[in-house]
Structures are given as structure tokens and as C-alpha cells.
Design a protein around this ligand. Sequence first.
Ligand code: MG
Length: 339
Amino acid sequence: MKFTYKAYNLQLKHTFTIATYSRTFTPIVLVELIYENFIGYGEASMPPYLGESHESALAFLSKIDLSTFTDPLSDYEKIISYINSVAEGNMAAKAAVDIALHDLIGKIANKPLWHYWNIDARQMPETSCTIGIDTPDVIRTKVAEAESFYILKVKLGSSNDKGLIETIRTCTSKPLYIDANQGWKNVKEAIAFSRWLYDQGALLIEQPFDKYDLESHRQLKEKQILPIIADESFQRLTDLPKLQDAFDGVNIKLMKCGGLYEARKIISEARNLNLQLMFGCMSETSCAIQAAATLAPLCDYIDLDGPYLVSNNPFVTTPLVDGKIQLSNEPGLGLKKQN
Ligand code: MG
């Protein structure tokens, strides 16, 4: 097996602002894993706040030597554990190789990956579209652009959270996922505000408080106003047990957990712990999004809007049908490169 990789900047249609920072593009690395006549596509997406970069990902990938693996299907587990053994961290870079390996395996088996794993594609939830913090005019534009989405995910944690929701409510009655990105400080205020958000048609709240402040999350969860979902507090499989009391569910992202191999384990273990599941994304091309979408039918909430918010997706963007991402019937992830 051989593989190639290249750095790429994924341009956002709108400057993206959340509680803690703004940006106009996201550095990603595109990977191709080659075996006989098959090519598996993979992707690492590295929003700067997570600590990975083009430099770190390229340095990690340059250390990988897959030439000793002769059969991706029978060497599957060995390849995954080899990738994890090359260096600590580098989760997005690891996810790139993991995604490419799974695309390749589906292609070799001549089955869509969801079919290869016996996942019921009919159980696909609707995906939300993220609306970042912005001026009222831009918010209204973004809501209009999100026409084909049935759910909106609203980033809160600015000084004008109520005003932002009120602006959205002047132009749509779609249900809302709320993502505070650790922006809230006070439990009492959060309880009152959550009740108001519930009345405004919110369905859940993601990461209201600081990622280490499990006690505030536990106190808000206890009120059972809306499901409380861990994002920044949750990275990997090993985090699940400590989050069980503080959250109702967790947001899985391939770039946090290192790819589909661990994501499947998280799904199974989270269900054992009675946790709800969201599958989310960074700013990503259709490559990582179609990989995540493969597991989406096993989850409760889907936030896989990546390719719909960028202007230079190197793959063909799958259109939504009834607010849902469509899984391909082609082998692997069924990706097509843009001409
Ligand atoms: Mg989040």
C-alpha cells in the first residue's frame, strides 16, 4: 500500500465566529491511500484552536510507512494500531489515514461502507446547519442560505445571546440546537435562560460551561430542561465514564477521536452508558462528512454541515434530501472529485 498527502486551505463562505475566536478558512490535509487499482480518500481538518496544523499533520504523515501491509482487509486492525503507535496525539492526521483506509476497504469489498457494516441507511437523522455569531443582517442571510436544512445550530456565548435568537425567530420557526462553546459562566442564569430557550424551540444545549467544569453541567442537567451535550469536554472513548453524570450525551467528531474505528467503539460504549449521541464535524470536505454520515444513522442528532459552508470543496457535495445527508450506493464512501 502507498499513500500520498497534500495540504489544502478550505475557504469558508462566511467568516466564522464563535464565543472564543473568528476565522475565514480551515487548514486541512487530503490523503490518498492506494492499493492495486483502488484509491481510498481521507482528510484531516485542523481548526487552529485544537493545536494541529499543516506542519504537524505533514510531519506525522511523513513518518507513516504502510509498505509492509499487503492486504487492507486482513491487515485492518494491525494498520489501525500501527497508525496509533507512530506518535501521541495528531488525532486529525490519524483520522485522515483511518478515513482513507475505510473508503479503501469498502471499495475492495465492492460495497458502500454503510452496507459493509450493516447500518440501516433509512435511520439517517436530519442534519443541522450552524449559524455562527454575527450581525442581524448576516444572521438573516445565513438563515436564508440554510433553506434546505430543517434544523439550525446556533452558536451562543456572546453578550447578546437573547438578541441573536430573537433575530433568528424573525425569519424562521425551525427547531434549534444551541451551542454555547463553553461561553456560559453562571448556573442559575443558565437554568433560567435554558427555560427561555426551550420556549423558543431549542432541542438541546451543547457545552454550556467550561470543559473542565463538570459540576455546573451536572447541576444544569439535573433540571432536565433540555438535553446537555458534551463537545469540548469530550474527546475520546476513555472520556465517556467521567461524563456520564454531568451530561445527557456526547458529540462525536472524527477529528477528535482519530477516525471511524474509534467512533464505532464510542457509539457502542455510549449506548451502554445510556448517553445520547450527536455526530458533529469541523469545517470539512465531503470526504470526512460522508465518512461521519456512514455512522450517523446510529446517532440521535447530526450536525454534519461542513461541505455546505465552504466554497472550494474538492469533492462533489451531496445534495440534502428532506434535510438529510444521502449515503452513496457506490463502494466505499462513494466520493467523486470535482472536475
Ligand atoms: Mg460544539
